[in-house]
Design a protein around this ligand. Structure first.
Ligand SMILES: Nc1ncnc2c1ncn2[C@@H]1O[C@H](COP(=O)(O)OP(=O)(O)O)[C@@H](O)[C@H]1O
Ligand SMILES: [Mg+2]
Length: 287
């Protein structure tokens, strides 16, 4: 079955094996000598097929953001491999790392601090095209920025605004626009709707879904909110203490969670579907 093997190898856009990350422990800074290291990712294996939407859940401090930052190579892994489109990117440096940035992008939780407050939106969005040599003139770059705004549902007037003049939802649209500027194959979105009104959350997540469908990019959606992941992701991975405790298709994970930790997380969902037996018991009480 060599043909099948080859097909599988190509359809898995991202394959992570045994990923470990240690960082200097900010909680324990000795007066002299080296800061002790703290292991934050403890051997993560995961696969993301091309075009997929994968949710990452787990309580605060479980390592979700650190995983995303390591995948986009804001951190260098301590051990393990990150194979992206057939290339080992875990040890890339310099120009090679810059090229990775065109193919894998991240949208951050705190759009307020992720966008340079001194730059107009037009400059923020034109920048990637200039830095990566995709355009020859500033006019051309601004035209591309304007097209990006349209893709994320904002009018060209926003080119001239500053980040602080935008609402939280609008800023996240800009974060998404900047992430998709160079046509990445994978976007990692870290808690991008937390802190937004529920109706705005839905709009932002729908925008991301629409963009995923129209561009064929894959999305890794990190959220502590399981209902978000349930609605928008095909598969889910569950993290705890820097490890993956469970992974699978969204439907089966929500219907038959295997790990006790996943079951506990599921019980904590704030908006469960209404259980008919609950209505019956209420009626009984009223009788
Ligand atoms: N730069 C750092 N130095 C030391 N510890 C860190 C650093 N960044 C994160 N951590 C720790 O790593 C753990 C995972 O953090 P994080 O990835 O932010 O979790 P999550 O996004 O799931 O809330 C936490 O215990 C956090 O305190
Ligand atoms: Mg986080």
């Amino acid at each position: 079955m060599p043909a099948l093997t080859i097909k599988l190898a190509f359809s898995l856009m991202l394959e992570v094996r045994g990923l470990r990350l240690s960082l200097p422990d900010r909680g324990h800074k000795p007066a002299f000598g080296r800061t002790p290291m703290l292991e934050i990712l403890k051997g993560v294996d995961l696969s993301v097929p091309a075009g997929a939407s994968v949710g990452v859940v787990g309580e605060s401090g479980s390592g979700k953001s650190t995983l995303a930052r390591t995948l986009v190579r804001l951190y260098r892994p301590t051990a393990g491999t990150i194979v992206f489109d057939g290339e080992e990117v875990g040890s890339l440096e310099g120009m090679a790392l810059r090229s990775l940035r065109t193919r894998m992008q991240m949208v951050f939780q705190d759009s307020q601090s992720a966008l340079n407050p001194r730059l107009r939106i037009g400059t923020i969005l034109a920048d990637p095209f200039i830095v990566h040599g995709r355009v020859r003139t500033t006019t051309e770059a601004l035209a591309r920025a304007e097209a990006l705004l349209e893709q994320v549902g904002l009018s060209r007037q926003y080119l001239f605004r500053y980040p602080h003049q935008l609402s939280g939802g609008q800023r996240q649209r800009i974060g998404i626009a900047r992430a998709i500027a160079l046509g990445p194959r994978l976007v990692l979105a870290d808690e991008i709707v937390s802190g937004l009104d529920v109706s705005v959350q839905v709009q932002i997540l729908e925008l991301l879904s629409t963009l995923r469908a129209s561009t064929g990019m894959a999305v890794v959606l990190i959220s502590h909110d399981l209902s978000v992941v349930r609605t928008f992701c095909d598969s889910v991975i569950v993290m705890r203490h820097g490890e993956i405790v469970e992974a699978g298709p969204t439907a089966s994970l929500f219907e038959a969670p295997q790990h006790p930790y996943t079951r506990r997380l599921l019980r904590a969902i704030p908006l469960p579907e209404v259980d008919p037996s609950w209505i019956d018991s209420v009626n009984l009480i009223e009788d």
